[in-house]
Design a protein around this ligand. Structure first.
Ligand code: UDP
Length: 328
């Protein structure tokens, strides 16, 4: 089957590409605008179409040339804080861009769509862990853009039979066991890579955004899922769409949350560095706790996580950063 991985040079996308190549049954094409991705993260021999999903003509060219059957979609802006400052930019990239991508799929008869969604669409959740059909009221533009796409997908299925899987996860983290690829954003805004910048000598301390949340230690609680486990779930979701020919939505998590302070502790254990921390005000748009139940993904997709300990997850990230202290 021919698959197009939009955002395949980025952090999560490149890990999907790596897992897809191991299976030897997919013809893979990567599409990426390289705004945050790195061509070096894509294995040699896999074509990379460089361009933007907001460019309709570019999409037309890519779809005419490659005629993919399935599309994995990771091309999105992903920073909660930035989305609060620039909501329209987020809607343009994440919603308008996805409309153009879906139009190209419709026109060229691509059948399956695997959408990188987020637990952020649940906002302040009504219960923890969050189940896939729980109420979704996002508390920031980023989460709302993902919800908008999920809603659109329902109507696309009804109108022209597009089969889709929405995969909601919160904190993708860690790196491929080889240490060859990992998380490298400029500027970096995610917790684990920022913490690891301290033992790497790139920053003096880590800031904890808020210690007055309604959580056990006052810092925000999140669900940290290893990126290779996420990759496996995406591939199982494609198998599911091809087998069942029905759309579905899954939450991908560990069922267990870790606070910012606990993640810093894990990084101290893994790196052996004291990692000084300082409390700062809350960051805009951050809910106190987000933990996604993955029960449905486990039973329906047969998803099994390989990484269960947060220390093991941080260790893979540390391995990548030690191998690439300056990034890619
Ligand atoms: N965070 C923090 N200090 C940082 C970066 C992040 O305390 O330097 C917190 C952030 O407020 C959130 C959690 O760490 O509660 C995870 O943030 P990240 O940006 O990694 O992912 P997000 O939860 O926004 O998807």
């Amino acid at each position: 089957m021919k698959v197009l991985v939009c955002g395949g040079a980025g952090y999560i996308g490149s890990h999907i590409v790596r897992e897809l190549t191991k299976l030897n049954k997919y013809e893979i094409v990567v599409l990426d605008n390289l705004s945050t991705g790195h061509t070096i993260a894509v294995p040699e021999g896999i074509p990379v179409e460089v361009g933007d999903i907001r460019d309709k003509q570019f999409l037309e060219d890519v779809f005419s040339k490659h005629k993919p059957t399935a599309v994995f979609h990771f091309s999105a802006s992903i920073e909660v804080a930035q989305s609060c400052v620039d909501p329209l930019g987020y809607y343009e990239n994440n919603v308008a861009g996805t409309i153009y991508l879906l139009q190209a799929m419709q026109k060229h008869g691509a059948k399956y769509f695997i959408f990188s969604s987020t637990a952020a669409l649940f906002g302040q959740p009504e219960r923890i862990p969050i189940h896939p059909d729980d109420l979704s009221i996002p508390v920031n533009p980023y989460g709302d853009t993902k919800l908008a796409v999920e809603t659109m997908l329902k109507w696309c299925d009804q109108a022209f039979g597009l089969k889709y899987a929405c995969l909601r996860y919160f904190n993708a983290c860690g790196a491929d066991a080889s240490g060859d690829i990992g998380e490298d954003h400029t500027p970096e805004s995610h917790l684990i890579p920022l913490i690891l910048q301290v033992p790497l000598g790139k920053r003096e301390k880590i800031f904890i955004f808020g210690d007055d949340y309604d959580t056990e230690d006052g810092s925000c609680v999140r669900d940290y899922v290893h990126v290779t486990d996420l990759a496996t779930a995406h591939i199982l979701a494609l198998d599911y769409l091809a087998r069942e020919n029905t759309s579905n939505r899954f939450n991908l998590g560990s069922g267990k949350g870790y606070s910012v302070k606990e993640i810093i502790e894990a990084a101290r254990r893994v790196t052996g560095h004291p990692i000084p921390a300082e409390i700062k005000p809350r960051r805009a748009g951050d809910p106190a706790t987000l933990v996604a139940s993955s029960e449905k993904a486990e039973t329906v997709l047969g998803w099994k996580r390989q990484y269960h300990s947060v220390d093991d997850i941080v260790r893979t990230a540390w391995n990548f950063h030690q191998k690439h202290p300056k990034g890619f």
